[in-house]
Design a protein around this ligand. Structure first.
Ligand SMILES: [Zn+2]
Ligand SMILES: [Zn+2]
Length: 92
């Protein structure tokens, strides 16, 4: 079960829109996003999350799941962890 605090955090992350679109300055307004879980070892429900739009989340050749994390990071010049840092700093 997600706590109230966690739900609040998810809402804020969703409001920020796609973290990559934001980084690449592709849009003036936040791009509607899906929640992407960053895989670390351990329990999935505790894994940190970032917002990614469908295009950057699951597009076949444009997304973290379509290309895999390594290629995604090379392609866009930013790591998943850096996107997480930016996201976290914006919702504090
Ligand atoms: Zn995006
Ligand atoms: Zn994902």
């Amino acid at each position: 079960m997600a706590t109230k605090h966690e739900k609040e955090k998810l809402r804020k992350i969703a409001e920020l829109g796609c973290s990559l679109c934001r980084h690449l300055q592709l849009a003036e307004t936040p791009t509607p996003c899906e929640i992407h879980h960053i895989r670390r070892s351990g329990v999935r429900s505790l894994s940190p999350v970032i917002g990614l739009c469908p295009y950057h989340h699951r597009g076949s050749n444009t997304s973290i799941h379509g290309m895999g994390r390594k290629r995604f990071e090379q392609e866009y010049g930013i790591t998943e962890e850096q996107l997480l840092e930016k996201t976290e700093s914006l919702i504090k």
